[in-house]
Design a protein. Structure first.
Length: 297
């Protein structure tokens, strides 16, 4: 029996598809998804921030997998969620839950780690898991890609629509995109281990960011055209977008990107290779152009 906290989002859809054939799943999330394909799925409507007592949900549970988090918001949004997850950690320890997985994030700059509610409260949960007696893996992936993602798909759409793209600095920093399906496979592998560790997860290729965006333009059939901003100018642009309630880009994402901390090494240990990002870019670019990808896919 698997208890998933936050199974209704982008990662949750991939997790339910990966674990569904072999696990009974109890998933706590706010709304059902049309992508929920697990044959033995119990949907528990709710928010992890609002669960006062997790013990009933932990009955007969062999594995807890925490996906619940927000992409952006003030401290008043993150603090209740972190408190709810801390109650989950304590209840799992009390009931003797055999295995606990936490989806976290890579290291960021010191200013982000200490001053950004998104991160300070995430680390509260990470540290509580590390201090517990639980058997755990804290999995920390870099940039994720997959259908309806909020990064590469949005970037391609922007390039296709405006025929140009904003470049922060010289674009010489690195990223190593990893498929959300591979992340789900990583979580399944980590579920079977008996360890207490943090593990980072990058994709198979460490790209120079500018080379990746050049390739994205090429897949769209356009020469790369950039609006150049300094990293500081990129942060200012993102903060302006935040003030008008745009979800396109957040200031912390710019700062994290240009800090060159997202080019993580490939995760090792899966039975088959990690998926490269290029076929995904080809298919998404073809969809935007209204064309059929090479090979009829």
């Amino acid at each position: 029996m698997l208890l998933v906290g936050g199974g209704g989002g982008f990662v949750g859809r991939a997790v339910l598809a990966e674990f569904g054939p072999t696990w009974s799943i109890r998933s706590l999330h706010r709304a059902p998804s049309r992508d929920e394909v697990a044959p033995d799925l119990e949907w528990v409507p709710g928010d992890a921030a609002a669960v006062p007592d997790w013990r009933p949900l932990l009955h007969d549970v062999d594995l807890v997998l925490v996906l619940a988090w927000y992409r952006f918001g003030p401290e008043r949004r993150f603090a209740p969620l972190a408190d709810g997850l801390l109650r989950l950690v304590a209840a799992a320890e009390e009931t003797g839950t055999p295995r606990f997985l936490q989806l976290s994030v890579p290291d960021a700059t010191e200013s982000l780690e200490t001053g950004l509610p998104y991160l300070t409260h995430k680390r509260r949960v990470d540290r509580a898991i590390e201090r517990s007696r639980l058997s755990y893996s804290i999995v920390r992936p870099t940039m994720l890609f997959g259908p309806r993602d909020k990064l590469l798909t949005v970037m391609l759409r922007t390039m296709h629509r405006y025929h140009r793209f904003v470049m922060f600095g010289d674009g010489g920093y690195h990223v190593s995109p990893i498929s959300v399906r591979d992340l789900a496979r990583i979580l399944a592998r980590e579920a079977a281990l008996d360890v207490r560790h943090n593990v980072t997860a990058g994709g198979p290729t460490r790209w120079v960011y500018r080379e990746l965006t050049d390739a994205m333009f090429a897949h769209l059939g356009r020469p790369p055209r950039y609006v150049h901003l300094s990293p500081r100018g990129g942060v200012r642009l993102a903060r302006f977008l935040e003030t008008v309630r745009s979800t396109l880009l957040y200031a912390y994402e710019v700062e994290w990107l240009v800090s060159d901390r997202l080019g993580l090494a490939p995760y090792e240990g899966l039975s088959t290779p990690l998926a490269p990002v290029e076929p995904f870019l080809v298919a998404e670019a073809a969809r935007l152009r209204g064309a059929r990808p090479a090979g009829g896919g």
